[in-house]
Design a protein around this ligand. Structure first.
Ligand SMILES: [Zn+2]
Length: 68
């Protein structure tokens, strides 16, 4: 049985007849993984059109303090 490793938790993921584009669920962490290659068997996180959260924060506050 082809097997590979979960990209999320590194547990062994195996499936009888992997088909590219199919989904497999990791038994260990429950992550849904997309089969990106059947030979060799490889899985990856599915590309979801979810929100890609921006981690750019641009909130500098400048205060003018004049002491006099
Ligand atoms: Zn996992």
């Amino acid at each position: 049985m082809p097997k590979t490793y979960c990209p999320n938790c590194d547990a062994v993921v195996s499936i009888d007849n992997p088909r590219v584009g199919g989904m497999v669920t990791c038994r260990e962490c429950g992550a849904r993984l997309e089969i990106v290659s059947s030979s060799p068997f490889e899985v990856d996180f599915p590309l979801e059109e979810d929100e890609w959260e921006d981690e750019w924060e641009d909130e500098w506050e400048w205060e003018d303090e004049e002491e006099g």
